[in-house]
Design a protein around this ligand. Sequence first.
Ligand code: FMN
Length: 442
Amino acid sequence: MACHGNNATPPSPAHAPGGESVDPRRVAERLSERFQNTGPGGSASAIDPRVREHIPAFDAPFYQAGLAGYSDAAMRLIARRHGCPLCVTEALLDRTLLAGGRGFAKADLGDLHDNVPGGADDAPLVCQIMGSDPREMAAAALKAVEQRARSDRDYRELAYAGRDEAFARDIAGSGIRLQEGEQRSDHGGDAPTAPTDDGFAAIDVNFACPVKKISRKARGGHWLAEPVGAVRILEAVREALPASVPVTVKLRRSFDDTPEMVEAFERVFAAAYGIGCAWVTVHGRTVEQKYIGPSRWDVLRDLCERHPDKLIFGSGDIWNVGDIFRMIGYCGVAGVSVARGCIGNPWIFRQARELLAGREPSPPSIVEQRAVLEQHFALLLRVNQGMRHAENATAKAMRKFGIRFASHHPQGESVRLKMIAVTTTQGWFDVLDEYYGIEAAS
Ligand SMILES: Cc1cc2nc3c(=O)[nH]c(=O)nc-3n(C[C@H](O)[C@H](O)[C@H](O)COP(=O)(O)O)c2cc1C
């Protein structure tokens, strides 16, 4: 699901008047002191214990955001190996999930045909869904959380039974394959199945994606302009899932800056908690802004001040480890969603753990950079298995990561240009040998 629109803006600071005085080291220290040993069974923690009541393994105040086109299982596993406590899939369209088949491909490292989310190493994993219809969203959410339990429920029946002809035409027109007999319907009336340990840890509803409406129907961030419909979706999703599965929501700070839209945001935000959502992540840009201009941390701060009892996560303009703790210290959010700042920079998570442990954040050595580039390639090749010309396709797909990784290299610009030119596996490893070889490391 393309959820990025125009995202080519270079790193720019957030709008946070007075934020210069926030010392990330001090914030990290305070978090460690405040929440130490507040996890389940007194385990080490640096996050509000209410978060861990929902997802016990979520033990630090940051997570890897959904990033369409990037945050597949390969990127997620690399992030986790560097200390990222939680990852979110990219926004998956409800209809695509319901159609099955490759619907879970983006969330999956294992057997794609079984629609099983990433393996045990890729946990806890939150499945983010996006769509236009409450029943489809609810059925897709249920399907997502029941995958590991291998439920035989007919999810399409839940979404589409009794719908009128116009709706059926709409689905047919969406180009989504609805194969007969793909799922059995003999358990259609069952109560929702509680997830097993290795299924999705939560469902995140996306009301943030700025990509335009389809067939005049709202989805993603466009729901912020239609709060009544947005609330219906949240209600339907929450109701469809077992109470043990947390539902979270991703919002923009508003659809635009008009007073009506600011009010609409407040309605959706309040309803989310009223319905029983565990937390809300707010991206400090409007939907209209897409990815252009600063994220308004001052707006997030105001929101947190007005709702001190609520778990709120923040997003927008997190470019380095300092930004993670600056946002927490400035805005008062419970944690931070790391997005563009972790593309080609999994060390941001290691550095965040280092700050929490009272140590200086360490930059990656050339040897570490090479190891991660090789690991990421190998993991992506596994994700791409079965694809035609998988090796070369993987090398090409790695370019966009390699370009970002290049920023850590002393000859960053030369590496970047060489990465851009990669078209084959051989070409990929040639760049590694030239810039990340033994000589470069010494
Ligand atoms: C390429 C790209 C893809 C994205 N895909 C998603 C997505 O699938 N789901 C989501 O919630 N946010 C998505 N986002 C938004 C990010 O999660 C994040 O909210 C946004 O980039 C602001 O954070 P940043 O300024 O620190 O990058 C995407 C952003 C980019 C740049």
